[in-house]
Write a protein of this length. Structure first.
Length: 322
């Protein structure tokens, strides 16, 4: 591939403007933005390898791997990286990119733009993720992305098996739970009842310090297909209670934690608390978040209308009075 065009350069520096239709953690950092630019220009593979190996735990590795695989188009370095160093890391990164790239072919609407290409890209990603999961017996990240991949392939039984194996490898692994939540939603293959049951079971078994507590907030977005349905879900007392109870359990970690997953989860709790009118609790999180925020749960209309329809500024102003 030749040098980056305008859209590619935008994706390189602003991840939330890239292939964000399937996104778990799009919080960007200066060091990873610089590394992504190097990779797009055909350099930086050694640095990328070292960055993956330096991750302290599965959640940090999940964040870094997604950042390295989040591109609007397919950069040339991915195939070269896998060909020259066919280890778990490169396969995982290319598999994550494959899922995101497949969703770009599909589009975000109810009716897919290019179903055949969507399926073709998902099958390629499926092979990479399977290979990565087989090579690393303790890897739950590839299985978490396999859940999203199987969602597009409509392989529901395989998605459930991937979730079960991810949970066996890393109990209470938040990315796997978040991916499975979407599959249980009425937008895809579930119902409101199935979604609520999955979230309640996940919350009941999770430690107070686990990011799985964030599912109480994430489920709100997937309880309906329109803004009115989401507003109705926020007024439901059982949903409100679920959010407030999860916040009470998780707030210590949420405020003290510094990891990328904690930063992601602050956005979800800030959004949910604002939506249900708990502005005092949300204010604490907005003070921590500052001006930075990630794509979800704030962007609902895609990057072209982000400046107009994004809820972040409105919510921040309501909570902080600025």
């Amino acid at each position: 591939m030749s040098g980056p065009g305008p859209g590619a350069r935008l994706a390189a520096f602003k991840r939330r403007r890239g292939s964000g239709m399937v996104s778990d953690n799009s919080v960007d950092t200066q060091d990873l933005a610089a590394l992504r630019e190097e990779l797009w220009r055909g350099r930086g593979i050694d640095t990328a390898e070292q960055r993956l190996k330096s991750c302290r735990d599965a959640l940090e590795l999940a964040y870094v791997a997604e950042a390295l695989g989040d591109w609007h188009d397919k950069p040339a370095f991915l195939d070269r990286w896998v060909a020259e160093r066919p280890g778990t890391g490169p396969l995982l990164v290319r598999g994550i990119h494959g899922v995101k790239w497949a969703w770009r072919a599909r589009g975000a609407g109810w009716k897919p733009k290019d179903w055949d290409e969507f399926q073709r890209r998902l099958k390629v990603a499926h092979a990479d993720l399977t290979n990565a999961a087989t090579r690393a017996s303790r890897d739950a990240i590839s299985l978490s992305w396999m859940i999203a991949c199987c969602r597009g392939l409509q392989s529901l039984q395989e998605a459930r098996a991937a979730f079960a194996e991810a949970s066996r490898r890393v109990p209470h692994f938040r990315p796997a739970h978040s991916a499975m939540l979407v599959n249980c939603s009425p937008r895809w293959f579930g119902t409101r009842e199935k979604l609520s049951s999955f979230v309640d079971e996940s919350l009941a078994g999770a430690p107070e310090s686990s990011g799985v507590q964030t599912l109480a907030c994430e489920m709100i977005e997937y309880l309906g297909s329109s803004s009115e349905e989401v507003k109705s879900a926020c007024k439901d007392m059982s949903n409100r209670s679920r959010i407030l109870e999860a916040f009470a359990r998780y707030s210590g970690t949420l405020l003290a934690g510094r990891g990328h997953d904690t930063l992601r989860n602050r956005d979800w709790f800030a959004n949910a608390l604002w939506r249900i009118g708990e502005l005092a609790s949300a204010r604490i999180l907005f003070e921590w978040i500052g001006d930075a925020r990630q794509e979800k749960p704030w962007v609902q209309a895609g990057p072209m209308f982000d400046w107009l329809l994004n809820d972040f500024k409105r919510a921040r102003s309501a909570c902080l009075g600025v």
